[in-house]
Write a protein that binds this ligand. Structure first.
Ligand code: C2E
Ligand code: CA
Ligand code: CA
Ligand code: CA
Length: 278
């Protein structure tokens, strides 16, 4: 105390102050967003590399901000994670996905499973029961819903995490491991978890088929997944070249702009009705 700051330090703390303010603003606006119905889910198709058909979808959060327009989850999810608001957001996502699945069923749309993203912070003892309640409320079959989780959860590695996963799987919910390859999972590790799908992170898809390292990593993941009898989904597929390479490798599904960006529910429904193919 009483010491004068170096100019550089002063500048730095001013910048941190700005960031803290920005966080606070987003946090408070995000609370309003939940209350004011500003959130919505977009759906991005997952396509079979064998049949070319839509075999799934991932639900992705969008925030329609009254002033700022469409805000990307890359901006507000980290803030929600930090503040704990992610549990409320996450509950909203699960409920909204189930509501939509139910609506599609009522409209006789044949819907492949829809995946929602779960934050590690949502993963507690109460999760299976909360999931059960929402499925019950909307009379949605658990096979219609899939949960995408990230490697950080596995690294925590506790028996309690495995127990919760087993409970979810026993209920009929399938688990997909998201952003695979960016964390620290090893083959030995993966065996312990009841995971049915691996999603190859976009970071490794981007360089296909020209970057040797990306090719080696993609090949290793596909081979490993086949050994463990897991479905392999490549995310962020943008080019025909990437698609051909992944198909040759034996990858099961792709998700990416090559087929479609994430779109509002009505557009996704139209794609399904029209039987759009790769
Ligand atoms: P993610 O789970 O890895 O989702 C895939 C992201 O890649 C999405 O970004 C999607 O729009 C984008 N993407 C898909 N195909 C392509 C492509 O071909 N090229 C490129 N450049 N990008 C592609 P989005 O929707 O902005 O979401 C970003 C991240 O935010 C997600 O990454 C996920 O980690 C998080 N997120 C989104 N919705 C939720 C949610 O409901 N709950 C939680 N906890 N996180 C969410
Ligand atoms: Ca995901
Ligand atoms: Ca992902
Ligand atoms: Ca990713």
């Amino acid at each position: 105390a009483g010491r004068t700051h170096e100019p550089a330090l002063l500048f730095f703390s001013e910048e941190m102050n700005q960031r803290a303010k920005e966080h606070l603003r987003i946090e408070s606006e995000l609370r309003d967003a939940l209350a004011n119905d500003e959130l919505m889910l977009y759906y991005q198709p997952k396509v079979s590399l064998r049949s070319g058909r839509i075999v799934g979808a991932e639900a992705l959060l969008r925030w329609r901000h009254p002033v700022r327009g469409l805000v990307s989850p890359g901006v507000f999810i980290p803030v929600a994670e930090e503040t704990g608001l992610i549990t409320e957001l996450g509950n909203w996502v699960v409920e909204e996905a189930c509501r939509q699945i139910r609506q599609w069923r009522d409209a006789n749309v044949i819907m492949p499973p829809v995946a929602v993203n779960l934050s590690a912070r949502q993963f507690d003892r109460g999760l299976p029961q909360r999931m059960g309640q929402v499925l019950e409320q909307y009379q949605v079959h658990p096979e219609q819903l899939m949960l995408e989780i990230t490697e950080s959860l596995l690294v925590r590695g506790a028996d309690s995490v495995i127990a919760i996963m087993n409970e979810l799987v026993a209920m009929g919910l399938a688990l997909a491991l998201d952003d695979f390859g960016t964390g620290y999972s090893s083959l030995a590790y993966l065996k312990k978890f009841p995971i049915s799908t691996l999603k190859i992170d976009r970071a490794f898809v981007v360089g296909l088929p020209h970057e040797q390292n990306d090719c080696a990593i993609a090949r290793a993941i596909v081979t490993m997944g086949q050994q463990l009898r897991q479905e392999i989904v490549a995310e962020g597929v943008e080019t025909m070249e990437q698609m051909h390479f992944l198909r040759e490798l034996g990858c099961d599904q792709l998700q990416g702009y090559l087929f479609s960006q994430p779109v509002p529910a009505a557009d996704f429904e139209r794609m399904l009705r029209e039987g759009r193919r790769l």
